[in-house]
Design a protein around this ligand. Sequence first.
Ligand code: DLL
Length: 436
Amino acid sequence: MSFWKEEVELMERSQLESLQLDRLRRTLVQAQKAPHYRRVFQEKRLTPDSIRSLADLADWPFTTKEDLRSGPPEDFLAVPQDQVVRLHVSSGTTGTPTAIYHTQSDLKGWADLVARCLCMVGVTPADVFQNMVGYGLFTGGLGLHYGAELLGATVIPAGTGNSRRQINLMKQFKTTVIHIIPSYALTLIEKMAEARVDPHRDLHLRIAVVGAEPHSEGARRRIEEAYGLLAANCYGLSEMNGPGVAFECPYQTGLHLWEDHYILEIVDPKTLEPLPPGQVGEVVLTTLCREAMPLIRYRTRDLAMIMPEPCPCGRTHRRLSRIQGRTDDMLILKGVNIFPMQIERVLMDLPEAGSNYLIFLDKDGPLDVMTIQVEMGPPLLDQGPDEIPRAAARIAQHLRDEILISPRVQLVEPGTLPASEGKAVRVLDRRGTGLD
Ligand code: DLL
């Protein structure tokens, strides 16, 4: 087992918590320099020296995505502009994008965290690291790039797309580690088959870093089996730097969230009351080392739980479960709440379902209708056309057992559905748009 900062990664909980308390006080002082927090703290008569223990954080207000969007971006800036060396803009899939500022020290801390994650999963300076995600405003590209360089790996800044070239780069430079969006990793399996490349025989891959979008355990297994590697789940969000907030160790029993850099809370998204380990709720994070833009009790909208058991790797930093969905991606159909991840979980466990799928929501008169188009999986391709409706019915039955409503399932030829290179869009809600 390799450690990047052993003394921090194995730190006793009591020591870790006193480090957090110390950093929390400093973060609150820093946050007060940003106009938004100065205003909010004054209104609520909160001062950083009133913090006696970590539990006192519960008296402080949450920060929401709406708060970030409600004023000019500088409202959250806690340093003079001339100390800002980079800004990223959050993906904005659900509304106006927001700016996230970084100082030199913020970028250094972020790269160090990413290096820690990579080291934990076994990446070494001898590795060739192909970074197959977008460089630019998306934090995945530059985030992993600088972390892998700091670790000493040979980084290929491949960026997204152009599957043939990606495969050629892997062959030519004997790539051993890839960073890839999981839905693209699944698409690339088919591209490899088309190019007659067998990853087990022709490539040297041993680790994949996968994250930035929800993906099921079944999707991970498909990636691991097809490429013959270990796929480590990487969680993060632009507001907290980007990738590297939490990451899996080789035991794959949840994602260690780096508690020397963040305070983790799980709350009930409706009542905002804290939830104990083992119960799924909204992930709330407070930065502890950020200068340019500290965020206090930021509501991520991501749903996960704290894994109750300690990890066999010995790290004391608590683990998050796989992200189960987002508070804002819940679908309500015929009065039933459904998370798209429930549908993916079912599909990825059925070999007759391929890896690319789309969920359509339409109106049929007053009724909501869900149609799932899914590409055919390999076992179906060798069978006669009679088998297709039978397989569709079987898939629909499995889905019904999970989501309690009966979707229409349409099996389509592989390669028919749009293949994304970035974060996949899986749901098309056409109710009320007149497009159905
Ligand atoms: O996606 C940062 C990142 C880049 C993480 C590369 C991992 C790898 P944003 O674009 O701001 O940042 O999107 C953040 O993506 O709130 C989650 O909803 C989702 N997300 C990120 N990682 C995971 C993951 C980057 N491992 C939003 N599993 C987050 C599920 C994830 N969802």
